[in-house]
Design a protein around this ligand. Structure first.
Ligand code: JCF
Length: 716
């Protein structure tokens, strides 16, 4: 452990101890003030306590790089302090956090004083406040149809880039708004920041141009970084924003260079030179773009509050598809003369507003930890939460991944935990609010027995997961195996969902996937809520599922470590099921992507008597494989299709086709779909909001196709 890390850990522990204490005082003073709001002594105590708490969080966030509460909670405390100071102006002191323009600066980097202060934006969360904003400005300007430049609000780090005579000479973080950290060397590693401004059509380069914008990490790059970090057993980042911050604030620019960061400009600070627009903000944006700096594609011009709200809705709806995280939208009066007229209010321009999305991180209580048993017997701890509304839905459960994760995050039952839910990602417990840990919080102990069947739970020495050793005798594993068997990419038995499988197994009607095909109407209607019609539909689905491709069937069996892609490779290699069943470890390893572990997992599966029985039974109840179809198709296309033998990578969202379908089509025609671009990649299929793969493909000269072009290739 380095000195800095040691200090961090010690200060964190100390801080948490004192925070606990201050929170008690906070509550008591709040109570006291409820009885007598004008009690001067209590006011002073409340004020000092709020300052202590806020400054501690500031320190943990910006110096120790370890945020301890969600932004929204911090904002609440800050607001409470602001309100108190507004009521009692005599209590305002220079050391109050309200008297800063922004967050604390780090001492690690040299400081740079901004030529013009970097301001912050006023925030609003609701429609009515946006309407009030527009009305307020309209009254001041004497118009009821203000034009606004609008854009997504990047969830990154604000920086200022200074260009002299076209050369990038210095860049700094926002810091406290007056002075920031000199991160010039690190910014120079970001490819989307030009080291020299491009000449625009008038060919004039400004003598001075201070660009304001945001450094961020694209979602796709964030996922790749965390994958790499996990492999190297290094720190994984909570979200792209923290990853971007951690990457930009590296003392060694070589490390920053290995992290893929992106920059988007949103305005200018100081400037000198001819041709710099002085009329509208949208012209400033065009000017910035013409000089080679990236601006958000989603920038737009709208009028009046109706235009603002329509834009908010549009961006909110496309949020998931955007390549970067945003936390709202920004509205800015477009006319610069109007901007000047409106001026500033303390730390923010009066002519701009951040309209934020509802929080994606909230605090709630961890009521308990349940164990879920998966198909392969993996026991997954799941957090039972006090219901909480986050990211647009009520959440009662969140994954805790595994035992090590719980230890790493130091999660105890009874804790207040930070829960994050972004889009349709599974909600997860991000961390613990340590200062709120109650005295009766207790450690979770991973059970040494499967909670479903009582079999011993074992942890392999080199694995993070604990597994139930009950195999298919375990009802939970049985159910999961059947759910997997029936799934869309398996046998595709329509209408056979999780609930129904559970009922069938619990009623003793189905013990293995083969039993499904022995069901009849009488057996089915014995189940609660199952009529003749539903029974008929299910039997029809079962009948229709009896002729899977070899690949589908292999996948459906649920051999550990054999996913869709491996199943396809196996089908292509063996062409028929009996060769696969008989294959030894050496033979299996000749297949692309099959290593020793997968090969062993396959041979072990086909040695197991129970599995052999189920497979035999499946064939005896009428499963007939379309064994040679995949091979046939490949052969047919051998000489004619450009797809056969080519490697494809997919990025972004395709307008009409899902990734699964595209992958299936390509693979059925003898092509391969991989996840990362290299010189060996033949085609990149790019949809909306493509990630960094797009640039990489372009750099490597890989052919880029859109959905239409891909379909043409498939049809030819
Ligand atoms: O994230 C943005 N698009 C954005 C952030 C745009 C702006 O005009 C901003 C900002 C943060 C602060 N302006 C300020 C003053």
């Amino acid at each position: 452990m380095g000195i800095l890390e040691k200090i961090s850990q010690n200060s964190r522990t100390e801080l948490i101890r004192s925070l606990k204490f201050f929170h008690k005082i906070l509550e008591e003073t709040r109570e006291g003030l409820k009885e007598d709001p004008s009690d001067k002594k209590l006011q002073v105590i409340l004020l000092e306590t709020l300052i202590k708490i806020i400054e501690s969080h500031n320190y943990m966030y910006s110096v120790l790089d370890a945020p301890s509460i969600p932004d929204a909670e911090y904002d609440k405390l800050f607001l409470e302090l602001q309100k108190l100071e507004l009521r009692c102006p005599d209590l305002v002191t220079a050391h109050s956090p309200t008297q800063r323009v922004g967050a604390t600066s780090l001492v690690k980097f040299p400081q740079i004083t901004h030529r013009l202060p970097m301001l912050s934006l006023s925030n609003e969360f609701d429609m009515a406040s946006v309407e009030a904003f527009d009305r307020r400005l309209g009254e001041k300007l004497g118009t009821d149809n203000i034009e606004y430049e609008v854009e997504p609000k990047f969830d990154g780090l604000a920086v200022s880039l200074c260009y002299e005579n076209g050369f990038f000479i210095a860049g700094a973080t926002r810091g406290d708004g007056e002075t920031g950290e000199d991160v010039t060397s690190n910014l120079r590693t970001i490819k989307s920041i030009p080291l020299r401004l491009h000449a625009n059509s008038q060919n004039n380069i400004p003598a001075l141009l201070e660009i304001r914008g945001e450094v961020l990490m694209l979602k796709e790059d964030f996922r790749e970084l965390n994958q790499k970090q996990r492999k190297k057993n290094e720190k994984v980042f909570v979200n792209p924003r923290n990853a971007a911050a951690g990457s930009l604030r590296q003392l060694d620019p070589k490390i920053t260079a290995t992290r893929r960061l992106t920059f988007f400009a949103y305005g200018i600070g100081d400037s000198r030179g001819e041709g710099i627009p002085r009329d509208t903000h949208s012209n400033v944006m065009k000017y910035i773009a013409a000089h080679g700096l990236p601006i958000a594609k989603e920038c737009d011009l709208v009028c009046s509050s109706a235009g603002l709200l329509a834009y908010y809705k549009k961006i909110e709806d496309s949020r998931e598809q955007l390549p970067y995280d945003i936390d709202g939208v920004v509205y800015k009066v477009n006319d610069l003369a109007q901007q000047e007229k409106l001026g500033f209010i303390s730390r923010a321009p009066r002519f701009a507003l951040a309209h934020k999305f509802p929080a994606q991180e909230v605090i709630t209580e961890l009521l308990g930890i349940d164990i879920q048993v998966g198909r392969t017997g993996a026991l997954t701890p799941v957090a039972k939460l006090k219901p909480v509304f986050v990211g647009g839905a009520t959440v009662t459960q969140a994954t805790l991944h595994n035992e090590d994760e719980i230890k790493r995050k130091n999660v105890m039952i009874g804790d207040s935990v930070i829960v994050r839910r972004a889009g349709d990602v599974i909600p997860e417990v991000v961390g613990v609010v340590m200062e709120r840990r109650p005295d009766n919080a207790y450690q979770f102990i991973m059970p040494d027995q499967c909670p479903e069947c009582g079999a011993k739970a074992v942890r392999m020495s080199n694995e993070a997961v604990v597994k139930c050793s009950g195999g298919l005798l375990c009802p939970a594993q049985k159910k999961q195996a059947i759910i997997h068997f029936a799934s869309r990419r398996g046998m595709y038995i329509e209408g056979l969902g999780d609930k129904l499988v559970e009922q069938l197994v619990d009623a003793g009607l189905v013990r293995t996937s083969a039993d499904l095909y022995l069901l009849d109407e009488d057996k089915l209607i014995s189940l609660p809520r199952m009529g003749k019609k539903s029974a008929g539909n299910l039997l029809e689905s079962l009948r229709k599922s009896k002729n899977p491709t070899l690949a589908q069937f292999i996948y459906a069996l649920g051999v550990p470590n054999v996913g869709v892609t491996t199943a396809r490779e196996l089908a292509r290699y063996f062409n028929n099921f009996s060769s696969l069943e008989k294959a030894d470890v050496e033979t299996l390893q000749k297949i692309p992507d099959v290593g020793l572990i997968v090969a062993q997992s396959i041979t072990e599966f086909f040695i197991e008597n129970h599995n052999i029985d189920v497979v035999r039974k499946l064939f005896s109840v009428g499963i007939e494989l379309i064994e040679n179809l995949d091979a046939q198709k490949t052969q047919d296309n051998n000489n004619t299709s450009l797809i056969n033998g080519s490697t494809f990578v997919l990025t972004g969202t395709l307008p009409n086709l899902s990734r699964e379908i595209v992958t299936e089509k390509i693979e059925n025609m003898g092509g391969k779909v991989t996840s990362s671009i290299s010189k060996k990649t033949n085609y990149l299929v790019a949809g909306n909001a493509p990630g960094s793969k797009y640039e990489k493909a372009r750099d490597l000269g890989v052919t880029i196709l859109n959905e239409g072009e891909l379909l043409e290739l498939i049809q030819n």
